[in-house]
Design a protein around this ligand. Sequence first.
Ligand SMILES: NC(=O)c1ccc[n+]([C@@H]2O[C@H](COP(=O)([O-])OP(=O)(O)OC[C@H]3O[C@@H](n4cnc5c(N)ncnc54)[C@H](O)[C@@H]3O)[C@@H](O)[C@H]2O)c1
Ligand SMILES: O=c1ccn([C@@H]2O[C@H](COP(=O)(O)OP(=O)(O)O[C@H]3O[C@H](CO)[C@@H](O)[C@H](O)[C@H]3O)[C@@H](O)[C@H]2O)c(=O)[nH]1
Length: 389
Amino acid sequence: MSSSTIRNWSKSIAGFGMIHPSPRCLDTADIIILCINFSHSSLLADTLDMFHNTCGSPQRKIIVEKSTFPLNTCTQITHALLAHPTHFDILSIPEFLSQGSAIRDALCPDRVLVGCDGSESGLRARDTLIGLYANWVPREKILTQSIYSTELSKLASNALLAQRISSINSFTAICDASGANISQLTHSLSTDRRIRGEYLSPSLAFGGSCLEKDLRMLVYLCESLNLHHVARYWNSVIEMNDYQLHRFIQRVKEIVVGIESVKITVLGLAFKKDTGDLRLSPSIRVIKELLRQLPDIHFSVYDPVVTSWQIINEFDASEKVEPCQSIDEAAINTHCILLLTNWDEFYTQIDWNAIYQKINPPGWVLDGHLIVDVKQLELIGYKVYQIGH
Ligand SMILES: NC(=O)c1ccc[n+]([C@@H]2O[C@H](COP(=O)([O-])OP(=O)(O)OC[C@H]3O[C@@H](n4cnc5c(N)ncnc54)[C@H](O)[C@@H]3O)[C@@H](O)[C@H]2O)c1
Ligand SMILES: O=c1ccn([C@@H]2O[C@H](COP(=O)(O)OP(=O)(O)O[C@H]3O[C@H](CO)[C@@H](O)[C@H](O)[C@H]3O)[C@@H](O)[C@H]2O)c(=O)[nH]1
């Protein structure tokens, strides 16, 4: 979300504001929402230091854990602040929004989980936050739980989403090896009302800053609870994701190896459509791994949202990765087109006939998201690999 969007949105909800954190602003706040990124773990310590440095106004404050922190973080914060003269109540209210639909998800959440420690003041703090959310979320969608349950619910949600993606991706491997068709398979699965179709879209891998990170947190939690079988189970979801990505990279290698001065066109760099976020993007992993294994390759990259500056900054070997302003520009003299992000315009706005005139024979297209109509492209003359077909 851009800061101006957040500002406009937050203006419409009385009492909300974006602040640059400082001991002074913490002193005057009634509710402090932590949405920092735990991967900078020292920053969590900095934040706690900042609370310690506030002058200690007598008024009680509520700290909301919105970031996805490891289980038990709320309790650790409580202990860390025990000696502080201001009294704090800690709540866990995990965030479930997705990149690309953040505002819609925030305004119309499936549910809001509010976890508290069950103490008298904790329950009062919980009711304050429920009152705040009730301004725009129907009361029946606001669920109250213990702090451990809300923290674990967040990890469990991302783990199950990732597990569904890895499961369907495992079937693309079976389809590739057996001749079955993944589109037909997902269609039949989605008609089963116990399964349905969400998070069953096959892909070259799941990416983004959350699913893998939260799975790793879950694996770590299981290990620390001596639940080694359970840890291995969830770790296998990550392993399946890596396997799927490397299967795709292997297919590209088989096609381009031996071609002199090979040029590959990458369509889509963001980790998914409707965002410019590059964190743990499968496209970037594909490019970097191919550059590592076949350093002579040149890439031309087009993404509808990711800027040239972002592309240049992402790669050390920037002279080998050329940002392009259009699909047509990226495709000139290419040997192979990779469809790596599921942008809507790739489904509907690519003139495959026109592009075929600009590329090097035999004209390979490798589709990591079931974007193209394979038969139509083969009729034009392309050679096509689509996951699971
Ligand atoms: N991005 C999402 O879609 C999403 C969705 C749900 C939950 N989450 C969770 O929210 C948290 C943040 O994720 P993000 O994607 O917004 O990360 P991010 O890195 O984009 O943003 C974190 C921000 O916090 C700031 N920050 C970190 N430590 C700070 C400190 N001590 N004081 C002041 N500012 C500090 C950083 O400078 C950064 O701007 C993570 O725990 C993540 O798992 C993210
Ligand atoms: O059927 C699917 C659905 C998604 N993906 C991929 O999975 C990744 C993650 O997608 P998505 O879940 O939409 O993105 P995020 O914005 O990372 O959101 C997830 O992570 C957030 C941070 O924790 C949570 O708040 C959200 O509920 C959770 O969906 C992307 O690479 C997608 O392309 C697939 O391959 N197939």
